[in-house]
Design a protein around this ligand. Structure first.
Ligand SMILES: [Zn+2]
Ligand SMILES: [Zn+2]
Length: 404
């Protein structure tokens, strides 16, 4: 418990804010532990620096100008568990242990998933979220559960199994409603909607704008460059206003080929063999998929993943004795940029980035840059993202240790 208290205090003091909380936790480590546990068990949360106001419906609105990266709320978890099939039962046990907590949990919104066995299970399914600093674990936060979802959120819940800090992703004027994303923000509209559950239809500005054409499935017309085609539209043969045609089946076949190549690269045996040859073979497949007459959508997740695989093969090829280093690094940068730019675009207009995007940026920094200016740009972007997502200049150790 003392270790937990120490960590909470560390986080709290880094927020530079919850002074009443810190002041009240005086005494030795044992007393601190008991006091912290008492507060944690009843669902302790605190608005930082008076930056927010809780509204009657349980949501939060900024009550002064807030800058990107500023911590705006601190909260202790009322329950946490390993993610997976037993998570719900474990969280339910912890909630039932405290009548106060149980009562509050049952008041949380729970319409997103239908078909849960009981009220408590439904509330947990809707509100327990994966810990951003500890993937593989879920935690339940009472106050943060009241924050509405947006696929283009202005805040992020920076969480562990014991506590969370709500951080502003963007500058917000006073009076702005705070939103967070319940799902990964780089997903396409279809995937976001399916993860959000049947009882919830997202009507955020991003979802509305992507309703007719999801950018991850769109293909530009080869003649007039307008984004006229989509692989998810009903018509199999599409015609652009300029007269050019598009065959969906062929574009889907390119996506399928990319998926196969990516599945192969995900296997352990793909590490064997000549990295240069592999890179060139994958590069050829990517080129065919994106430059043929009926190409795959350039922002499709499988196409971006393929570009990333090409880049990574060139990265390893560059370390191979006897390889043409300059050519390998050039290949690495070409395809890494293609991957990162596509992935960045797939996040929509939010300043939030998925962890794997931030980790990719971190990995890029370990590569050889052709000029110092590019490196500095990459470093700056990485540090900025770390500040707004974690309140520190690097990703937390728990994410650095992830096996990728
Ligand atoms: Zn949405
Ligand atoms: Zn056209």
């Amino acid at each position: 418990m003392d270790r937990v208290v120490a960590r909470c205090l560390q986080v709290a003091s880094r927020c530079g804010a919850p002074q009443p909380f810190l002041d009240s936790l005086s005494g030795n480590a044992g007393e601190l532990g008991a006091e912290w546990e008492r507060r944690r068990a009843s669902g302790y949360w605190e608005i930082l620096e008076g930056r927010l106001e809780k509204t009657e419906d349980g949501t939060f609105v900024t009550c002064k100008d807030v800058r990107a990266g500023e911590p705006i709320l601190f909260e202790a978890a009322v329950a946490a568990a390993s993610a997976g099939p037993d998570a719900c039962a474990a969280l339910a046990r912890q909630c039932r242990a405290s009548p106060t907590v149980l009562e509050k949990v049952l008041q949380l919104p729970r319409a997103r998933f239908t078909g849960e066995t009981g009220e408590l299970e439904a509330a947990l399914a809707c509100n327990a979220r994966e810990c951003s600093r500890e993937p593989g674990f879920v935690a339940l936060f009472l106050a943060c559960s009241g924050i509405p979802h947006s696929c283009c959120p202005n805040a992020i819940i920076d969480s562990t199994q014991t506590h969370a800090v709500l951080r502003a992703l963007d500058d917000m004027a006073a009076g702005t409603q705070v939103s967070v994303s319940y799902v990964s923000v780089s997903l396409n509209r279809q995937a976001r909607q399916s993860q959000l559950g049947q009882g919830f239809s997202c009507k955020c500005a991003r979802c509305v704008s992507e309703e007719s054409t999801d950018p991850q499935f769109a293909v530009a017309c080869s003649s007039c460059k307008e984004p006229s085609f989509s692989i998810v539209r009903e018509e199999q043969k599409q015609r652009c206003a300029c007269g050019a045609k598009f065959l969906v089946a062929e574009a889907l076949r390119h996506v399928q080929e990319a998926r196969k190549a990516n599945a192969f690269m995900a296997q352990a045996e793909s590490a064997r063999g000549d990295a240069v040859k592999k890179a060139m073979a994958l590069e050829m497949r990517l080129r065919t998929a994106t430059t043929s007459a009926n190409p795959a959508p350039p922002r499709h997740p499988q196409i971006l993943q393929l570009a990333n695989n090409v880049a990574n093969c060139y990265f390893y090829a560059a370390q191979t004795p006897g390889s043409n280093q300059a050519a390998c690094w050039a290949g690495f940068w070409t395809y890494k940029h293609q991957f990162m730019e596509g992935l960045e675009a797939n996040h929509g207009e939010t300043k939030q980035r998925d962890v794997h995007y931030i980790l990719s940026l971190r990995r890029m920094l370990s590569a050889r840059f052709s000029n110092a200016e590019d490196r500095e740009k990459c470093q700056k972007k990485f540090q900025h993202l770390c500040w707004i997502h974690f309140g520190e200049p690097d990703v937390p150790q728990s994410l650095r240790d992830l096996r990728r």
